[in-house]
Ligand binder design. Structure first.
Ligand SMILES: Nc1ncnc2c1ncn2[C@@H]1O[C@H](COP(=O)(O)OP(=O)(O)OP(=O)(O)O)[C@@H](O)[C@H]1O
Ligand SMILES: [Mg+2]
Length: 299
């Protein structure tokens, strides 16, 4: 197993952002996105990394970016460290497999959420109002039920620490204009439908997911990460049982452990026992292998 990467600190590069999972460096026209092995649960980053998680997420995104190309162009310039600018060379070993050189875009300021199943904040909103983001749904849905058709339920993009707010289509139009709003709605639904169908054949339900789009000149392209267990709810098809919350594919071990020790969900997170780390890594790797048919030498 490789040494886990909790944080990068590349001295010769310009760090622009440290998210919960990614460290992002500015290389002029491009960005260097580095997926670390950090894991968050209940919105708190845990002190222990999950070895190889960043590689696994990067490989899953690359797989989908390629598959979705007939639907939408994406931001990937290269994921081959040898093709990166020379300033990145000193960090090649760390960057290998977990990074992407991407086109720097102007991200549209909304999160393009698609739901094929009713869960999470969608379920909460449905219980309160019978609708999600202004879209009325059939009465008497159970938690985790599949929807007759996937729905586009965008949200605002809030700064670190604040929760995103669900908005309806009208509000989306106000924020990004009618043309962009209908375009990203149609694109999001098309990408989700294709991905969910492929995942289903590999025994994984993608219940819902979030996409981001950016403007490269006048073109809208797909950015960030795509259909990963971090940006989506992955459920094992085998144990799917509507009428309550589902076991998540990947973070369930961590969440169950945190609940069992009565963790108060406030930072800092507690240290994770070795077997929780090992089992969580196994689940992420299972998602990668099941989806792409390739463990990328990580098993
Ligand atoms: N091609 C791109 N051009 C410009 N910005 C991008 C591009 N791809 C991704 N981003 C931005 O980079 C960030 C990705 O980093 P990361 O996923 O760690 O942060 P986050 O999702 O904002 O926050 P967190 O993961 O902590 O909730 C997002 O803010 C995303 O909008
Ligand atoms: Mg993110």
């Amino acid at each position: 197993m490789r040494t886990p990467v909790s944080e990068t600190d590349f001295q010769d590069l310009n760090l622009v952002k440290r998210g919960k999972v990614r460290d992002i460096y500015d290389l002029g026209d491009n960005l260097l996105m580095v997926a670390t092995d950090r894991i968050s649960a209940f919105d708190v980053v845990m002190p222990d990394p999950i070895p190889d998680k960043g590689m696994i997420l990067t490989q899953i995104s690359l797989y989908w970016f390629e598959i979705m190309k007939p639907i939408i162009e994406n931001h990937v310039v290269s994921a081959d460290v040898n093709e990166y600018p020379a300033v990145c060379r000193p960090y090649a070993e760390t960057l290998y497999g977990r990074s992407m050189l991407v086109k720097k875009t102007n991200p549209l300021p909304i999160e393009c959420v698609v739901r094929g199943y009713i869960s999470g904040s969608g379920w909460k909103s449905y219980q309160e109002s019978g609708s999600v983001c202004g879209i009325p749904l059939a009465p008497a849905l159970k938690e985790s039920d599949q929807l007759p058709e996937p729905i586009f339920t965008p949200s605002t993009k809030e700064e670190l620490g604040a929760h995103d707010i669900n908005i309806d289509f009208e509000e989306t139009v106000k924020r990004i204009g009618h043309e962009h709003a209908s375009r990203v709605r149609d694109l999001s639904l098309a990408i989700y439908k294709k991905g969910a169908e492929m995942a289903r054949q590999k025994q994984i339900i993608i219940a819902d997911t979030k996409f981001e789009f950016g403007l490269a000149g006048n073109d809208i392209i797909l950015i960030d990460e795509v259909l990963t267990p971090d940006s989506s709810r992955f459920w094992p098809k085998k144990s799917y049982q509507p009428g309550g919350p589902q076991q998540s594919f990947d973070k369930q071990y961590v969440r169950d452990h945190l609940i069992s020790i009565n963790y108060n969900k406030q930072p800092p997170g507690p240290e994770l026992p070795n077997d929780i780390i090992r089992n969580t890594r196994k689940k992420y790797l299972e998602a990668l292998t099941q989806l792409t048919g390739d463990s990328h030498g990580l098993d």
